[in-house]
Ligand binder design. Structure first.
Ligand code: FE
Length: 418
């Protein structure tokens, strides 16, 4: 008999995402590992049983102080993995929306000192306590949408001390939020005003001062660069990512989002774990990503919020054999917290099928974070991270635009959410 301190029974439709290739590509992206009339059990924060309700009754006994949850015919999926966020910042920028409506682009707003530079000013000026409070509130919003593993980037300080401060705050947020936070150093998010017209000097600061400090304190798993004209060139991005890799930080890249400049190709060349955004990337570079084992992280709410829709991009990439993952890109520019909304945009905008979108937001997103063993699948021995929805089948995710989970568990315990 299996002993458990948590049982979830009465699940009409369970998507385990287990037992398939990682990452999933092409047809395998539709393999959800579904179990009808399902039940789950966990002990000490890890799954000890995954099967049918009938099997549960034969095989599992609840400990005397254990908890039994009746899913009441709802559907369960792995806790979502949000593969790309910028949640660590202060303030907000609602006024920018009016500028966007009148036709200003992200790059134009930034050129005039607004956009991310407004957030840099607010973040630099904010106390640790304020940054922790505002970011913790956002993380509760992400958790409320069912996310249990979340990539979190620095990038709104753009000074050596400031970027280190942000990464140290992330370490505190990891303990406080109850979420599995994966930290990324994004010191090269933009060239700060102090280095205007001296981008190479800033790259030098990133490479010689910031990266060694981040690596020696073990503050980040990944190094990301915003590779875009007016931000960092392919050459500068390559220099930073190669230096990062030499220090044990795995490369990620914001590539070919506003215009095609070659960042996607660079991701393949440096063996990046993921290449993100990719709105203007070219099909021949997708083949390079696939060949190099780079996961494409799509952020389908961002083109919506930036008013530069690229319908069908995800569909084309999946059809070309690229491993596709999803992220919210939650930031002051595209402020979305709930992953079910991101799934809906992946379906109606990027044109993944609902099954592909669910795969992209779980098992493939975990792969894009090097969390293959810890997140994105429901299987015996893995952390008991899940989201329960009051929906009759998992096919409703990506079809309904804003479903809200009724229970979110991280390591078998309810996650602090709103
Ligand atoms: Fe981003």
């Amino acid at each position: 008999m299996i002993r458990a301190d948590l049982i979830v029974d009465g699940i009409a439709d369970l998507a385990t995402l287990a037992d398939g290739p990682v990452p999933r590509v092409e047809e395998a992206m539709s393999e959800l590992g579904r179990i009808p009339e399902a039940a789950l059990a966990a002990d000490g924060g890890r799954f000890v049983f995954v099967g049918t309700s009938r099997e549960l009754r034969r095989e599992v006994r609840l400990r005397s102080a254990g908890r039994r949850v009746d899913a009441q015919g709802g559907s369960v999926v792995p806790g979502f993995v949000d593969a790309h966020t910028h949640v660590l910042f202060a303030g907000s920028r609602p006024g920018e929306t009016t500028q966007k409506v009148r036709g200003a682009s992200y790059a134009e707003i930034a050129r005039h000192g607004g956009g991310l530079f407004a957030t840099v000013r607010a973040t630099r000026a904010a106390s640790d306590a304020l940054l922790l409070e505002e970011t913790a509130r956002r993380l509760r919003g992400l958790a409320a949408g069912g996310s249990t593993t979340v990539e979190t980037k620095s990038g709104y300080a753009l000074t050596a001390d400031g970027e280190l401060r942000l990464l140290r705050l992330l370490a505190r947020l990891r303990r406080r939020s109850g979420l599995n936070l994966v930290p990324t150093f994004l010191g090269a998010h933009a060239v700060p005003p102090e280095y205007a017209d001296r981008a190479d000097d800033y790259v030098e600061l990133v490479v010689r001062t910031m990266l060694p400090a981040v690596a020696s304190e073990g503050l980040a798993r990944f190094c990301d660069v915003f590779c875009e004209p007016g931000f960092f060139t392919v050459e500068q991005a390559g220099r930073i990512l190669r230096a990062a890799a030499a220090l044990g930080l795995r490369p990620k890249i914001h590539a070919d989002e506003f215009v095609f400049s070659g960042g996607t190709r660079l991701a393949a060349e440096v063996g990046a774990t993921s290449a993100d955004h990719l709105l203007e990337s070219r099909p021949r570079d997708w083949a390079a990503l696939a060949a190099a084992g780079v996961t494409a992280v799509l952020l389908p709410v961002t083109p919506f919020a930036s008013m530069v829709a690229k319908p069908g991009l995800g569909r084309a990439m999946v059809d070309e054999g690229v491993a596709v993952a999803l992220g919210s890109d939650c930031s002051p520019n595209s402020w979305v917290e709930a992953m079910p909304v991101v799934l809906a945009h992946a379906v109606y905008g990027a044109r993944l099928t609902p099954a592909e979108a669910l795969t992209a937001a779980t098992v493939n997103a975990a792969h894009a974070l090097g969390e293959d063993e810890r997140a994105g699948q429901i299987a015996v021995g893995r952390p008991a991270d899940l989201a329960l929805f009051d929906l009759p089948s998992v096919e409703e995710l990506g079809y309904r635009i804003d479903p809200v989970p009724t229970l979110i568990l991280r390591q078998g315990k309810p996650v602090p959410s709103r």
